[in-house]
Design a binder for this molecule. Sequence first.
Ligand code: MLT
Length: 401
Amino acid sequence: MAKFNENFLNLKESYLFSEVAKKVKAFQDKYPERSVIRLGIGDVTLPLGKSVVKAMHEAADEMGSADTFRGYGPEQGYDFLREAIAGYYRSFGVELDPDTIFVSDGAKSDTGNITDLFSKDNTVLIPDPVYPVYVDTNTMNGRNIIYTAGNKENGFLPMPDKNVHADIIYICSPNNPTGACYSEAQLKEWIDYALANDAVILFDSAYESFIADPELPRSIYQIEGAEKCAVEFCSLSKTAGFTGTRCGYTIVPKGIVSKAADGREMSLNKMWNRRQCTKFNGVPYVVQRAAASVFSEEGRKEAKEMTAHYMINAKIISDTMTKLGINFTGGINSPYIWFECPFGMNSWEFFDFMLEKTGVVGTPGAGFGKNGDRWFRLTAFNNEENTREAMKRFETLFEGK
Ligand code: MLT
């Protein structure tokens, strides 16, 4: 009998959002007449922008004609998209070599797949709470994971501890689930720590387009030294409504190098390229054309309008929290609102309670780590009408309390 990867036994029974979906389905089967409002998984609701759809149509037409048809594309992504991404970074002062940009089907896949490049005997430092993919994928590989605590006291922005050594560090900013966002000075501390420890930072910037404060960095490469130690993952899922269309990108600078046991030099950029060429056949041409249009003047305008729309919902939710005197973070530079569970409940208890009483779905903080056990996440990605209705129902939970 083949030996299975027993590290899977160390995972929770199911992935967080599958668990939530299962519970919602059970609720709907039990009460088919009840209306459910989903503020759980961060899935967008607005349609793709007009210019994005136009670019997709045009690309589809090209695929239907012998003289413009395309077969396998470059595994790294088409130059037109890599250059468009480089142009976007230039708009906030970051100069990228297009060879360091790799187009993918999203940040979720890449933050998991990047683990292929690292040996099993690395210590991985992961904030708690955070997006569960980092913990799950390293658990699948059997790596030693240590945690850095995000909590009310540090505003869910843990800082490096120079007495602790790590080889790989995950940072998500704006953070999923807490919405907290690192400043330049804070990221500089992490970069200095990484350089002092010969560590690599895996920086997830999937929510950068929600940063409203011009003082906050949108990319880790805005900070000196990052090009020597940080890989950045980004995605068009939330920026431009691509959760179903699938397109993201990963930046692997050429300056991240290490020596193998036999003294040979290894470059993370070359290794990622090698990995992608072997295991990935690229994002569909039609999708890459659509993605490139997101970075055009018209596309950026459409994306900004989408973000602005979602941020109205974020304000509706955060205003409700303020009104009810509930402690929360996020909702300003992030589409997530992270609040302390009321009534002394833990997060799964509150999930069940709120669903049963109001039909509103959220995400239990415990799914993002042990420090999330008494916290809860709501997303701003539903429409305004549903968000208002959800908050009206949410307030009813507090009547007479
Ligand atoms: C979330 O709700 O945390 C996200 O939608 C998950 C994801 O982006 O994969």
